[in-house]
Design a protein around this ligand. Structure first.
Ligand SMILES: Nc1ncnc2c1ncn2[C@@H]1O[C@H](COP(=O)(O)OP(=O)(O)O)[C@@H](O)[C@H]1O
Ligand SMILES: [Mg+2]
Length: 226
């Protein structure tokens, strides 16, 4: 398989949290992602899932190894260069939505585009609101919406810039079954329809079932599920 078919490749990634007792959260880990593939990452609490996801999202840097995203050697990039790359090519979804409480849904969704010094395409945003079933939330503030609606707004924000890769850290962790299913279906749709690469951490086997591939992480080391 050629390099280009992999949208993201991590080689020899390690991350130590220094402290009185150092925590070796990731240990010389390798993991590759093909374009348009939906991967679920599972593993016990404390196994290193969030650490891995934050490194893949370029929100945190590994201590060792290489990370290639769309052919770019991202760990060699400056912080400024990386921030721009992240805003344009990577979408991130948090378990607790992470919306600005004083902004409406629409303002939250377009925030990263404005931060990047650009103007949103209103048709694209309307399309996203429709696809995610949150048109009625356009002018609502986070406290005026259910958890399921807030999470769909946060997914719309992650999708607004049409990123190549979407990383989601337990996106259904705070949702009931019905809303969790909706979120998993939306991520599946992004993968099937837009060939976006999805990486989702989950505790829930049912939700992991929406993925093409399940990867387990044990004590900071990744292994493929049979
Ligand atoms: N900022 C941090 N400082 C110190 N230790 C951390 C920090 N973040 C995570 N850890 C530790 O690193 C290990 C992996 O954590 P994490 O990646 O959050 O695991 P998971 O998401 O699988 O629960 C755990 O032992 C955790 O306590
Ligand atoms: Mg975690």
């Amino acid at each position: 398989m050629s390099e280009l078919e992999y949208v993201m490749r991590a080689k020899g990634i390690s991350r130590v949290y220094k402290g009185e007792v150092p925590v070796y959260a990731l240990k010389n880990t390798n993991i590759d992602f093909k374009k348009g593939e939906f991967t679920a990452i599972i593993g016990k609490s404390g196994s290193g899932k969030s650490t891995l996801l934050r490194i893949l999202a370029t929100l945190d840097r590994s201590d060792t190894g290489e990370l290639w995203i769309e052919g770019k050697d991202v760990l060699k990039a400056s912080d400024k260069e990386l921030a721009q790359f992240r805003r344009r090519r990577i979408g991130y979804v948090y378990q607790d939505y992470n919306l600005f409480p004083e902004y409406t849904s629409y303002e939250n969704i377009v925030f990263p585009i404005h931060l990047d010094g650009r103007t949103e395409d209103p048709d694209h945003i309307e399309n996203l609101l429709n696809k995610l079933g949150i048109e009625h939330c356009r002018n609502k503030f986070p406290h005026e919406m259910s958890g399921g609606e807030q999470q769909r707004v946060s997914i719309a924000r992650a999708l607004a810039a049409s990123p190549a890769v979407i990383l989601a850290d337990e996106p259904t962790g705070n949702l009931d079954v019905e809303n969790a299913t909706k979120v998993a279906e939306i991520l599946r749709f992004c993968c099937d329809e837009f060939k976006q690469t999805i990486v989702m951490v989950t505790h829930d086997n049912g939700i992991a079932g929406y993925a093409d591939r399940i990867v387990r992480i044990v004590d900071g080391v990744v292994s493929e599920e049979a």
